[in-house]
Write a protein that binds this ligand. Structure first.
Ligand SMILES: Cc1cc2nc3c(=O)[nH]c(=O)nc-3n(C[C@H](O)[C@H](O)[C@H](O)COP(=O)(O)O)c2cc1C
Length: 192
């Protein structure tokens, strides 16, 4: 028996990277859970932000941003970036986290985050409470310690990304592997 819960903005689970805008001289970043890949060729990411975010103001100034995936161990810093505004506080100075220049775009990367994407905004779509930024991912970087043995793909167990649970408002980490995707489903319907 399912209970109707009404219209909902909750999807379980959500990643919660830090989105960074501005320049290496003056940047701001905030936690963003309403985010997801929305195209492959070219790769694009969709990011929902409220107009009030100072990070959004800096993103608009040069049309670029970075998406920085933190480790679960850094939940406190991510939360700090999600409850403090760069309008009044230099979050980098306060947290001790640091910026590093991007390879392609003007917006800097957050050095303490082991997986980072450089992006250029291509679309802005007003959606009432939020504006949806669609951005092309023009480069990505991973710390060698979070790469697989071949050194070509991120090993998600090593990355140990922080996960956000809306509703209960809690941070979690990923559980164990369940199966190989695009593979385990092949067995279904074979003998029918
Ligand atoms: C777990 C978490 C998830 C968040 N997700 C979003 C989001 O998806 N979009 C958004 O606009 N703000 C989101 N926020 C709020 C911003 O991170 C927060 O308002 C931040 O202080 C804005 O900082 P800024 O003004 O320096 O940009 C989230 C906050 C937390 C703690």
């Amino acid at each position: 028996m399912k209970k109707r819960l009404g219209p909902s903005d909750r999807l379980y689970p959500m990643p919660v990277p830090l989105v960074c805008g501005g320049t290496i001289e003056h940047a701001d970043a905030c936690a963003v859970a309403w985010i997801g890949i929305c195209a492959t060729d070219p790769p694009r990411i969709a990011i929902a932000m409220r107009e009030s975010r100072y990070t959004l103001e800096l993103i608009r100034a040069n049309g670029t941003l970075t998406v920085n995936t933190p480790s679960a161990a850094d939940a406190a810093v991510v939360d700090y970036f999600g409850i403090t505004s760069g309008r009044t506080t230099d979050k980098f100075a306060a947290s001790g986290w640091t910026l590093e220049p991007s390879a392609v775009v003007e917006a800097p990367r957050i050095a303490e985050c082991p997986y980072q994407m450089e992006c250029r905004v291509t679309h802005e779509i007003p959606l009432g409470s939020h504006v949806l930024l669609v951005a092309e991912v023009v480069e990505s970087h991973a710390e060698e310690s979070v790469l697989d043995q071949a050194g070509t793909k991120v090993d998600v167990a090593a990355l140990d990304p922080l996960v956000y649970i809306a509703g209960s408002r809690e941070y979690r980490r990923l559980g164990e592997k369940v199966a190989d995707a695009y593979t385990i489903g092949k067995g279904i319907g074979r003998n029918q």
